[in-house]
Design a protein around this ligand. Sequence first.
Ligand code: NAD
Ligand code: 6OD
Length: 494
Amino acid sequence: MSDPKPTILNFINGQYRTGSGKLFDDIDPVTGHRVAQVSEAGRSDVDAAVKAARAALDGPWGKLTLAQRADMLYAIAAAIDRRAKDFLAAEIADTGKPYKLASHLDIPRGAANFRVFADAVRNVPTECFTMTAPDGQPGLNYALRRPKGVIAVVCPWNLPLLLMTWKVAPALACGNTVIVKPSEETPATAALLGEVMNEVGVPPGVYNVVHGFGPGSAGEFLTTHPGVDAITFTGETRTGAAIIKAAADGIKPVSMELGGKNPAIVFADANLDVVAAGLARSVFENTGQVCLGTERVYVERPVFDAVVQKLADAAKALRPGASGDIAANWGPLISREHQQKVLSYYALAREEGAHAVCGGGVPDMPEALRGGAWIEPTVWTGLPQTARVVQEEIFGPCCHVMPFDTEEEALRLAGDTPYGLAASVYTRDINRAHRVASKLKVGVAWVNTWFLRDLRTAFGGSGMSGIGREGGVHSLEFYTELSNVCIKLEGAPA
Ligand code: NAD
Ligand code: 6OD
């Protein structure tokens, strides 16, 4: 694997550039040491990126046919595959995630996003209506799909390449140009993708990256910029609210993929090995830093003790260590700051009277790793539904498990937070699976599994978990503007 670059630069108009802001540190969460410095974009750099994106839209990119754009997306996907080792090294240096996870999930999905949306844009039909007006006049209507324009893509740190390309790929497929603001914690793969764009011949200005923070930095400069036509955001609900307010002034469309407090419901008839495997992933994968992750588990009383035991056994099987350590399957949290947030919830759980079945603290790590953001996987029982630990998103490797006695009670408890992102239902009764899934007010309900994704399906959240849906044609809806063409027909009935 090649080393990550020591200074990570902005990528504007096809060129790597030092920003007019300060240098800030990119920290390895495994050790707490600096892996690189990042050049912060100032207002003038964001301006330059917006100008470049507009010029590309009105210039070479805007002149490509849909088939030519799709071919370019397939070429980007192939180049990500070819350079998978570089992307892996960059992603692991930023996040500290285990090699197996990054190599099976993050990087391949980065490439897949481009292929799927190249396919989607090639296969989407055009809406067409023949008509006869009340006075007998026949006509033909069809919709033209135009790009929305310059899209701001503001990203989080938990699945950096995956979540960034999940927005960039459909935006480019539809003919837009983009300015990406990666998380300040994970700037590397967004910057590296610039090399791929140049390699495959994407015109300068189509893909731009500006680094920095939120308020008073690149995030705010970008989302308040009058030259941006639409904003797609993934991150915390609170940040989403700030961006919606900024977008309101310019009447800009927004797509918001926000936080969650996702439930799993386990019925007594479920296969408990399937339950154990599903919950082990949904609670602990990526050290619990997945927006779709489970933080509340409701278990039908007869199997409550068995499920709690299986979850605790799964937690105990996790081995923390650096991603190069082949015995390790457990990475750190993203930062010491996030570690403090998660630990504050571990302390709150104790204050609220939770019983910690396992975990609740920081693992004892070898000297060289003690500066890292390590955390123990944690399972609690014994709290009421009203406890803050049961209501608030923690975004860590922890869950509270509560028994229930009836399907109605499980549904009521599962629905009892302001969020509505994802849920999992475990049962062998197909009718119950359909019934329960249909009553859960969430963007996605999985049955006997978790995070099994078909990228053509609608994805997004209800309530405080977001606005809008992306995926397949739903992404095409957000990244395009429809214009109807109505042709008057003469002498031919419609
Ligand atoms: P965050 O909201 O702190 O940051 C996300 C991005 O927004 C970063 O790039 C940040 O610099 C930028 N930002 C912050 N304030 C801003 C402002 N005022 N204006 C413009 N940009 C601003 O989120 P995070 O901590 O990076 O990610 C974790 C959160 O993201 C969790 O809440 C998680 O649930 C959520 N998330 C949701 C989904 C989903 O699909 N629904 C996916 C991943 C993560
Ligand atoms: O799989 C996806 O497309 C997606 N948006 C996943 C989100 C995961 C949240 O952390």
